[in-house]
Design a protein around this ligand. Sequence first.
Ligand code: SAM
Length: 239
Amino acid sequence: MRTSTPSGRSAHRIDVVSIFPSYFDGLALSLLGKARDSGILDLSVHDLRDWTHDRHRTVDDTPYGGGAGMVMKPEPWGLALDQLAAGGTRPTIIFPSPAGEVFTQATARDLATREHLVFGCGRYEGIDERVFEYARDLGEVRLISLGDYVLNGGEVAVMAMIEAIGRLIPGVVGNPESLVEESHEDGLLEYPSYTKPAVWREHEVPPILLSGNHGAIAAWRREQQLERTRIRRPDLLDD
Ligand code: SAM
């Protein structure tokens, strides 16, 4: 069932499946909590163990072929995905994985346009590979990495993705102008920001920012963006 905002706009639905749902309690503290309260975001977090049927609520088992660690069993995932994709909405189903495509601002922009996202958080050595194959029958499947390192589970990666995606959903950030000038929006890093006082512990704000000359300020900021990007992230300029 889709929910609508007071303005009649259709809410973006996000479902998260995890064996540690309380990880996501923190989302209530941010702008996303407000978006949820106002109905812009229809965010639900589910415990994968609710789709188990044994006494121990088992979600993992030993890997076929041997090797260290445990693998997440396919059965609870299958039931979870069946339920969350019911109604034929064909959600975009995202499995965080260090072996996936790397998450970028472009990925966030793309996913912010989707009506229904389902995130499946892996743990242990990951999820039985057949779950990804099966999920393709229910929606578009994306394996997405937060970066080239290994986390213990998908929860932190999904929190980061939801925060990056959520703030691009219209209405979540009060002033949409503030999104336009941020790092990565135009392929460059953002210019430096300052606030009052003009001198703090003998460190001065660049005088151009106090000049009131908007053209000169815009040119200075652009220069700073290019310079920072050249020094800190030259790979972005190659792109
Ligand atoms: N054995 C897996 C491998 O080598 O690709 C790593 C499993 S990791 C210990 C457990 C879970 O953490 C993964 O299933 C995934 O959900 C999550 N995870 C770990 N690193 C991640 C990353 N860089 N980006 C996104 N998710 C990650």
